[in-house]
Design a protein around this ligand. Structure first.
Ligand code: ARG
Length: 459
């Protein structure tokens, strides 16, 4: 038989496969709470405008709460024949309250309805991401405060470059995740306009009050153009884009944790809570959580590319293609929140091997730049010449199988006569980091100032 919601002009019902490809109820049931919230606001507005009676609005609004409690209590039977969450809810409302249910859809279309529901859902996810990022930032600041003075190798090309502090390294990620937080905040602000009342695409002849429904749903204002309101999903694309950048940041930190916890590095030990063993190798302690976080970017960016591709080239206004927006966003959001929570727990529970860090910082000629800088400052050499002298000294140390501080003064003077005993004071890693006092540099005093600025901004 034909569809109860739109079947008036049809003699026969859809093919079973048509029903299967058309239905979104399998996933859009996650929009139930948003759908019912939107419908309750719409019904109240219709009554306030004299479009439906107060008693009909009351029956609709109460009936919708009953439907919501059925869904939340797992007592609702979703029907594929009813396609989506919007029609499932309305059909059940009709069973409960009868005839007034048919008046709810006055001056509305599923096109503005779904755009409204989905915006409400994505808006909540922005809030969730912001909350989770705040926890992660807190965990990282905790690590930074503990290790403002811990010296570790800083890398470029994953080769030892210059000594840095643990606190500095942690705070680098704080800056990245803070920008992510800013992106979710911006996206939320931009998406916070109400599509409701755009109807199918052209607006409606009924005397509706879009400002009232916008306000009831905590939107800042109604969207200004009804065609735009039902046609665009840029709010979802922005959420996915911000999620992708955030997932890239997490994948880099996760990769460092994987490297740092390896037997060859031993910079950190993951707590039992965030590790797994091997079924064959009894000694193993695998950083699975970090690896999975490293991988999450795959599906989150995948979802982003998928929705961009769906939206590309779609003519205005609504096309059914847009039903494909939800699964991508649901999956990306679920995995982003999971990864953020796991990362934040892992960082909070991390044990740092400060001796290993410092030993690694001291090897690999990490203070060669300090030596060159000394030659510039104290012996007046042009930096390029100082660079060359230092390179010769590094080669000499390499030949002797020792590090720069192990060379004798005679060794040094054989390369450049201007070198004095004083050179040895700059070859230690603690001196090296302490000297890097430029704004944002790795010196513990700078890192402490960075942490203090952060805490002030948070307060
Ligand atoms: N399930 C649909 C979606 O997710 C709802 C909107 C349907 N609108 C329509 N004109 N068929 O996009």
């Amino acid at each position: 038989s034909s569809n109860a919601m739109w079947g008036g002009r049809f003699a026969a019902g859809p093919d079973a496969i048509m029903e299967a490809i058309n239905a979104s109820i399998g996933f859009d049931q996650r929009l139930a709470a948003q759908d019912i919230r939107g419908s309750r606001a719409h019904a109240a507005m219709l009554a306030a405008q004299g479009i439906i009676t107060d008693s009909d609005a009351k029956a609709i609004r109460e009936g919708l709460l009953t439907v919501l409690s059925e869904i939340e209590g797992g007592k609702f039977t979703f029907s594929t024949a009813l396609e989506d969450i919007h029609m499932n809810v309305e059909a059940r409302l009709k069973e409960i309250i009868g005839e007034p249910a048919g008046r709810l859809h006055t001056a509305r279309s599923r096109n503005d309805q779904v755009a409204t529901d989905f915006r409400l859902w994505v808006r909540d996810q922005c809030d969730a991401a912001i909350n989770s990022l705040q926890s992660l930032i807190k965990s990282l600041i905790g690590q930074a405060e503990a290790g403002t003075d811990w010296v570790m190798p800083g890398f470029t090309h994953l080769q030892t470059a210059q000594p840095v502090t643990w606190g500095h390294h942690m705070m680098a990620y704080v800056e990245m995740f803070a920008r992510d937080l800013g992106r979710f905040t911006d996206a939320r602000k931009r998406m916070n306009e109400s599509p409701l009342g755009a109807a199918a695409l052209a607006g409606t002849g009924f005397n509706i009050d879009r400002h009232a429904t916008a306000k009831a749903l905590d939107f800042d204002r109604p969207m200004a153009n009804s065609l735009d309101a039902v046609s665009d999903r840029d709010f979802a694309l922005e959420f996915l884009s911000a999620s992708s950048i955030c997932a890239v940041h997490m994948s880099r930190l996760a990769e460092e944790l994987v490297i740092w916890s390896s037997a060859q590095f031993r910079f950190v030990a993951m707590s039992d809570k965030w590790s797994t063993g091997s079924s064959i190798m009894p000694q193993k302690r695998n950083p699975d959580a970090a690896e999975l976080i490293r991988a999450k970017i795959g599906r989150i960016l995948g979802a982003t590319v998928a929705l961009f591709t769906v939206m590309k080239g779609l003519p205005l206004a609504y096309s059914k293609d847009m039903q494909e927006d939800k699964e991508q966003v649901f999956d990306a959001a679920d995995n982003l929140m999971l990864a953020l929570a796991a990362m934040s727990g892992m960082i909070a529970d991390l044990t740092v091997n400060t001796e290993k860090l410092e030993a690694a910082a001291s090897s690999g000629f990490s203070t060669a730049t300090d030596l060159a800088d000394w030659l510039v400052r104290e012996a007046g050499l042009p930096f390029r010449d100082a660079h060359h002298v230092t390179g010769t000294l590094v080669a000499m140390a390499e030949d002797k199988g020792c590090d720069l501080p192990d060379l004798t003064l005679e060794d040094m003077q054989s390369v450049n006569a201007a070198i004095t005993d004083e050179i040895f004071t700059v070859l230690g890693v603690h001196n090296s980091v302490a000297s890097r006092m430029s704004y944002g540099g790795t010196a513990p005093a700078q890192v402490r100032a960075q942490i203090a600025r952060w805490k002030e901004a948070q307060a």
